[in-house]
Design a protein around this ligand. Structure first.
Ligand code: HEC
Length: 141
C-alpha cells in the first residue's frame, strides 16, 4: 500500500469505462479491440509474411486488393479477374465469413481459386482484426 490512495475511484471507474466503450463500439457495429477478436499488430505481421505473396492492400496481384475488403461484397474488387464461383458470390466479408474463408476457402465458396489456408484459429483472428482495422481507418472516405 506504500504511497497509494485506495479511494480514488480509478479502480472502479476504469473497467466501467471499458465496458461502456465496448458497448458503444458494438452499437456502431465496430469490433471491440478485445483479445477474442485478435491482435491488429500480429495480424499485420501475418499478412505481411503470408498474404503478400499474392495480395496487396491497394492493388490487384495474384489475388484481389484487400485494403477495403472488410464490409465489401465478395468478388467485387474493381478490375480483378475472379473465379466464376467467387465472382458470383453475394455475401459480405465480415468477421465470421473471413474466419471461415481463411480456414478453408472452399467451404465458403466451392469452386473458388485461392489455394491457401491459415491453419491456426488465433492467426485467423489476428488477420481478420487487421483487415477490420484497415476499414475503420478509411471509414471517412
Ligand atoms: C497463393 C496465393 C494466395 C495467398 C497466399 C493468399 N491468397 Fe487470398 N486470394 C487469392 C486468390 C487467387 C483470390 C481470388 C480467388 C477467386 O477468384 O476465387 C483470393 C481471394 C481472397 C479473398 C476474397 C476477396 C474478395 O474480394 O472477395 C480474401 C478475403 C483473401 N483472399 C484473403 C487472404 C488473406 C488474408 C491471406 C493471407 C492469410 C491470403 N488471402 C493469402 C490468392 C491468395
Amino acid at each position: 500500500m506504500r504511497g497509494r490512495t485506495p479511494c480514488r475511484g480509478g479502480a472502479v471507474w476504469r473497467p466501467l469505462q471499458a465496458v461502456v466503450a465496448a458497448w458503444a463500439l458494438s452499437l456502431l457495429g465496430l469490433p471491440p479491440a478485445q483479445a477474442q477478436t485478435g491482435s491488429v499488430a500480429k495480424g499485420q505481421a501475418i499478412f505481411e509474411s503470408r498474404c503478400v505473396a499474392c495480395h496487396s492492400l491497394d492493388a490487384n496481384r495474384v489475388g484481389p486488393a484487400l485494403g477495403a475488403v472488410w464490409g465489401r461484397v465478395a468478388g467485387k474488387a474493381p478490375d480483378f479477374n475472379y473465379s466464376k464461383a467467387l465472382g458470383a458470390a453475394t455475401h459480405v466479408w465480415e468477421r465470421d465469413k473471413l474466419l471461415a474463408w481463411l480456414g478453408n476457402p472452399e467451404s465458403v465458396v466451392p469452386g473458388q481459386a485461392m489455394g491457401y489456408r491459415v491453419e491456426l484459429l488465433d492467426d485467423r483472428r489476428d488477420v481478420v482484426a487487421y483487415l477490420a482495422s484497415l476499414s475503420k481507418n478509411s471509414a471517412a472516405k
